[in-house]
Write a protein that binds this ligand. Structure first.
Ligand SMILES: Cc1cc2nc3c(=O)[nH]c(=O)nc-3n(C[C@H](O)[C@H](O)[C@H](O)COP(=O)(O)OP(=O)(O)OC[C@H]3O[C@@H](n4cnc5c(N)ncnc54)[C@H](O)[C@@H]3O)c2cc1C
Length: 188
């Protein structure tokens, strides 16, 4: 799935419903958000490490180089997107550097060309390093108090795109639904 296009499409689609309003700002404290909203969903990826005590999100973050191929014995990948082909990548535990390294880029490209020879003449459009939000398991849980509900959803590691819809369904159908019933009961 071409994430740059998918996220843009999804944002537009949700905006058009008039039921979703986007606001971009840095969240400093989840407790502060809970004092403003009765239900808060914390889906902040690596950012959860700063927001949740004992978040169990760690280095080892896993670093990956996009636009290039396999290295250090890890299997590579080649993903055809709409306007480009993405080749990768690396998994380097305990490396949280976002710097592109020429040697790694070279090795990944060489492997990608062996896997898919027609890439030999392909121009490199961009080099990119991303961090996967690694955790022992996905942390999908509700922190409930008299002040409201904080629903946590983070630690998807290298499968966040794949799992996003399923996690969103669980949040809405289980956690939000139950929080709404409890909030209603409290008002009675
Ligand atoms: C190279 C690479 C390849 C990958 N390939 C795949 C793949 O093929 N399939 C797959 O399923 N997954 C893949 N993944 C993993 C996937 O990208 C992640 O699991 C997914 O992006 C995690 O989504 P998320 O929404 O939880 O976190 P993020 O995508 O990190 O989103 C969290 C958002 O919260 C925001 N945020 C954080 N802290 C705060 C704060 N304090 N206040 C306000 N906003 C905040 C951030 O700015 C960000 O916008 C890959 C990852 C990488 C790096």
């Amino acid at each position: 799935m071409d994430q740059s296009k998918y996220l843009e499409w999804l944002t537009k689609k949700l905006s058009q419903t008039n039921r979703v309003r986007f606001e971009e700002r840095k969240v400093i404290s989840l407790q502060e958000e809970r004092s403003k909203f009765c239900i808060v969903i914390n889906w902040t990826g690596l950012g959860a490490a700063a927001l949740v005590p004992n978040a169990n999100l760690y280095p080892p973050w896993i670093t990956s180089y996009y636009n290039f191929g396999p290295i250090n014995g890890h299997p590579g990948y080649i993903i055809p997107n709409v306007d480009s082909v993405v080749v990768g990548g690396t998994c380097e535990e305990n490396n949280a550097s976002l710097a592109v390294e020429r040697k790694t880029t070279f090795e990944i490209l060489e492997c990608a060309k062996i896997l898919f020879p027609s890439l030999v003449d392909a121009p490199v459009m961009a080099e990119w390093v991303g961090l996967r939000p690694a955790s022992d398991s996905i942390q999908l849980e509700c922190d409930e108090s008299r002040k409201g509900f904080i629903i946590h959803c983070f630690g998807h590691g290298g499968a966040g795109v794949t799992l996003a819809m399923g996690c969103a369904e669980d949040i809405v159908n289980q956690y939000v639904a139950s929080a709404i019933i409890k909030l209603r009961d409290r008002k009675l």
